[in-house]
Design a protein around this ligand. Structure first.
Ligand SMILES: [Zn+2]
Length: 86
């Protein structure tokens, strides 16, 4: 896993400083609309056009929940992060 520097911002849920993104399986630069998770509070976020993570709209969250593969990836990511935060 290798972290990539992103536009600095604060987590809209917990206020943690967000300035890096890490993909669990590959080194890839985040793209707008990619789903991410705050490492501190584990809430779901989405990369905006400026690549700063922000809260998802209800419609964006429903789209994640309706996409079985994406939702399973999201759940797997949360589970992995919980395991390494212990
Ligand atoms: Zn947070």
């Amino acid at each position: 896993m290798k972290s990539i520097v992103t536009s600095p911002t604060l987590c809209p849920f917990c206020g943690a400083k967000l300035n890096k993104a890490t993909h669990l399986e590959q080194k890839r630069t985040p793209r707008p609309s990619d789903i991410t998770v705050c490492f501190t509070c584990l809430n779901p976020l989405i990369f905006g056009e400026d690549l700063a993570p922000r809260k998802m709209t209800d419609e964006e969250w429903f789209a994640v929940c309706d996409d079985e593969e994406l939702y399973n990836d999201f759940k797997r990511t949360i589970s992995h992060l919980k395991s390494i935060k212990k």
